[in-house]
Design a protein around this ligand. Structure first.
Ligand SMILES: Nc1ncnc2c1ncn2[C@@H]1O[C@H](COP(=O)(O)OP(=O)(O)OP(=O)(O)O)[C@@H](O)[C@H]1O
Length: 381
């Protein structure tokens, strides 16, 4: 039995559970369940995961992310799993693996993707999750399933509330607190009932008690980054709140966080929504695929929550506890609590004419993002 050597223990102030001993020479036939922790997870054998995924056959491949590919599989007990196979080992991939396993191993919530276990041996790093049959939110909003229109308004609201509850748990219930740092539509997975499960903890940070913010290298996805984080690397829970606000606008409108206008100018979703909010034209923000079938009051209050979350100043953003409360609360309470960004007397039926644009991939240079953020902020003031 050897101790894992891959994990940079010295950098971690807590006792890392994935530094446990494991037989790396010949993988065991069956996985071992660790019952001494709060939540059980397995150390799988390579043989078991090869068998479950048909040796990582390309027909089993669900998708690919920055750090590796994800495969569908079925264990010998008949349980469906998703296995993330990390690409060629590098210090970065090693860190992603260690952070993901460490963090997911210490949390359990109905709105966070469940960790089933992992395998680490030789060059192979595999993370095993619950399989989510309804894929990710991005697939439904902008991807292969977008045309199927499976996300009606009640489903969108329930996904928004579920994701908010998962985040609120990370920020306020887990100790040390966890900042996710990569909240986005592709990291919200959907189970059989379309219940949201926040996933992908590879960039997450543990925040010890009493620490209000940290300065770090910027990780995450452009379009979702809070301005103070994108510009100065200042990270706190409110950066996740900002990203959640962007996600909320995306859920309501079906638009991408950044779109390319004719002529190449990029516009973020807050810039796009702001004129409608100022004119009180909330219904115009709702996704046209909903064909008008939505609760108007809910659309309005949810847009206003999103605008609060994406406030330029982190101090003005709500906490995730407040966001959950507002999203779930009675309309009357929401109206009272949320600072309205609009003159309530404006006529909601007025039509705001916007030139339609094509929505391209929102990958962009950081400098572009900073420019856009600055432009958006000055427009909103
Ligand atoms: N547990 C799961 N069940 C079903 N599908 C999953 C699961 N985990 C990931 N996927 C799918 O696998 C694909 C790759 O996921 P992954 O988390 O590696 O990358 P990503 O989030 O798309 O991108 P990146 O990690 O680079 O930000 C995505 O399409 C995702 O929806």
């Amino acid at each position: 039995m050897k101790a894992f050597s891959f994990f940079p223990r010295t950098k971690m102030p807590w006792n890392c559970f994935c530094c446990v001993s494991q037989d790396q020479e010949e993988p065991a036939e069956t996985s071992r369940v660790h019952k001494n922790r709060d939540y059980p997870w397995d150390i799988y054998s390579l043989k078991e995961l090869l068998h479950a995924t048909n040796s990582f056959h390309h027909d089993n491949k669900i998708g690919e992310g920055g750090f590796g590919s994800v495969y569908w599989g079925r264990t010998s007990k008949g349980v469906e799993i998703a296995v993330k196979r990390l690409k060629t080992m590098s210090a970065k991939a090693e860190m992603e693996f260690a952070v993901e396993v460490e963090i997911l191993g210490r949390v359990r919530h109905r709105n966070l993707l469940g960790l089933r276990g992992f395998y680490a041996g030789g060059e192979e790093r595999l993370i095993v999750y619950d399989y989510m049959p309804n894929h990710s939110l991005i697939t439904h909003l902008h991807g292969q399933l977008a045309a199927d229109c499976l996300l009606d308004w009640p489903r969108r609201m329930s996904i928004a509330i579920g994701s908010a509850e998962g985040l609120s748990y990370l920020h306020h219930e887990v100790n040390p607190h966890i900042i996710h740092r990569d909240i986005k539509a592709s990291n919200v997975l959907l189970d059989t009932e379309f219940e949201a499960k926040v996933a992908d903890f590879g960039f997450a940070k543990l925040i010890p008690d009493g620490v209000t913010h940290l300065t770090t290298r910027v990780k995450g996805t452009l379009g979702y980054l809070a301005p103070e984080y994108a510009m100065w690397g200042k990270v706190s829970e409110s950066c996740d709140v900002y990203s959640f606000g962007i996600l909320l606008l995306e859920i309501i409108s079906g638009k991408k966080p950044i779109e390319k206008l004719p002529g190449g100018v990029k516009r973020d979703i807050v810039q796009w929504a702001t004129p409608y909010v100022q004119k009180g034209l909330f219904n115009q923000i709702a996704d046209s695929r909903l064909k008008g079938k939505f609760d108007r009051e809910q659309v309005k209050s949810t847009v206003l929550i999103a605008m609060k979350c994406t406030d330029n100043s982190p101090d003005n953003r709500p906490t995730m506890i407040e966001v959950v409360d507002w999203l779930k609360g009675g309309i009357g309470r929401r109206k009272k609590e949320i600072t309205n960004h609009v003159d309530e007397t404006e006529d909601e039926e007025e039509v705001y004419d916007e030139t339609d644009t094509d929505h391209e991939n929102y990958g962009m240079e950081l400098s572009d993002a900073r420019e856009n953020i600055t432009r958006a902020r000055s427009q909103r003031r």
